[in-house]
Design a protein around this ligand. Structure first.
Ligand code: KG4
Length: 343
């Protein structure tokens, strides 16, 4: 018998297939496959193609991760997968695989909330993060600000009323002629942009509260491109990308400062794909160092901002320790709210 409890984590909520193995030692093996190139041909995620590719990849990746860690499948103490929220077909692949393996191996299963896993992952790398904290999730499908009281105990303070911030990056990138998913590409283009050539509004900052709205920003960019005399050259596109990124980061910073003032929380955890954004990281670090009171801003490593298996294995392991097993077969929950979770 191994000295360790191993929990396998499976992520298939959208267009990344992620598998990882967690134990007392942390995440000991992982494998990730992004379908981005396949969906780029269509300018966005095609759900049916995503499901088919998860089926193709999942079993070989599970075998690869177990081999990497020299762990036999019979040594698994638990199997965790993303149960929601996400694409129905994609979630169905992960939950079916987990139910089947759990049944065949006689081992407990755990249905993990994708957003909780994003919020928890930085704790794997930074042991100074403790509950409670302010969680800011900025991804392709979600924009959410939460008071994270304890595992499974979250109060949503604000969320997007329309496009998620990553979605706004991707749609704006498309308007600027960049490939899907365009967030990182737009950010790279913006590095060559000059301040002051274009201006984008800061949506909803004059209204009280912590909600966001990013679709107007994308429309503003669309109108700027349409009203421009002739096609934009590379420099003008970079200037517009700069103005867009500046407005998004400013808006997030204003709401984060507001939330910190309202809650007095001193740890801020930013996660999700857009947390890889260089300008966002720099501006938040600058605020942390200059705000005059004790606040700590934490990010996941750049390699783990977007969806991955490690966040599911880690959250699965933490929940395994608390005995949060499922007695029933796991069901896919495409519209699962974070506040419905239990600790
Ligand atoms: O967390 P994630 O995999 O999405 C969901 O789970 O929904 O994040 C993907 C998103 C995409 O919208 C992508 O364009 C964006 O994160 N993204 C970025 C950057 N890197 C990834 N957005 C802005 N700047 C970046 N450096």
């Amino acid at each position: 018998m191994s000295r360790y409890h191993y929990v396998l984590g499976i992520e298939t909520s959208c267009d990344e297939t992620g598998v990882a193995l967690a134990s007392e030692q942390g995440v000991v093996a992982e494998s990730l496959f992004s379908q981005a190139d396949q969906h780029a041909l269509f300018g966005g995620v095609v759900p049916e193609l995503a499901s088919r590719d998860h089926i193709r990849c999942l079993l070989p990746m599970i075998e690869q991760v177990l081999q990497q860690a020299c762990v036999d499948k019979h040594q698994l103490a638990g199997i965790a997968c993303t149960a929601g929220p996400g694409l129905m077909g994609a979630l169905l692949i992960g939950t079916s695989m987990t139910n089947t393996l759990g049944y065949a191996l006689g081992c407990p299963t755990l249905g993990i909330h994708h957003l909780e896993a994003h919020l928890l992952l930085p704790m794997l790398y930074d042991k100074q993060i403790t509950w409670p904290f302010l969680g800011v999730l900025v991804s392709g499908g979600n924009t959410l600000m939460v008071q994270a009281h304890a595992l499974g105990d979250y109060s949503v303070m604000g969320e997007t009323l329309d496009d998620a911030v990553g979605e706004a990056f991707d749609k704006t990138a498309k308007l600027l002629g960049l490939a899907y998913p365009g967030g990182a590409l737009l950010s790279r283009l913006a590095e060559k942009g000059r301040p002051g050539y274009f201006h984008c509004p800061r949506p909803m900052v004059n209204r009280p509260g912590m909600d966001f709205s990013f679709s107007g920003l994308k429309t503003h960019v669309a109108q700027t491109v349409a009203n421009h005399q002739g096609p934009m050259n590379e420099q003008q596109r970079a200037d517009l990308a700069y103005a867009f990124e500046d407005a998004v980061v400013d808006t997030l910073l204003i709401k984060i400062r507001r939330a910190v003032a309202a809650t007095q929380l001193t740890t801020v955890v930013i996660s999700g794909g857009v947390s890889a954004n260089r300008v966002l990281r720099e501006r938040l670090r600058h605020w942390q160092d200059s705000c005059g009171f004790r606040v700590r801003v934490c990010f996941p490593p750049l390699s783990h901002c977007t969806d991955n298996g490690a966040m599911i294995a880690y959250t699965g392991y933490e929940r395994f320790l608390r005995g949060n097993f499922s007695q029933e077969p796991l069901q896919p929950l495409p519209r699962w709210q974070l506040e419905e979770l239990e600790s």
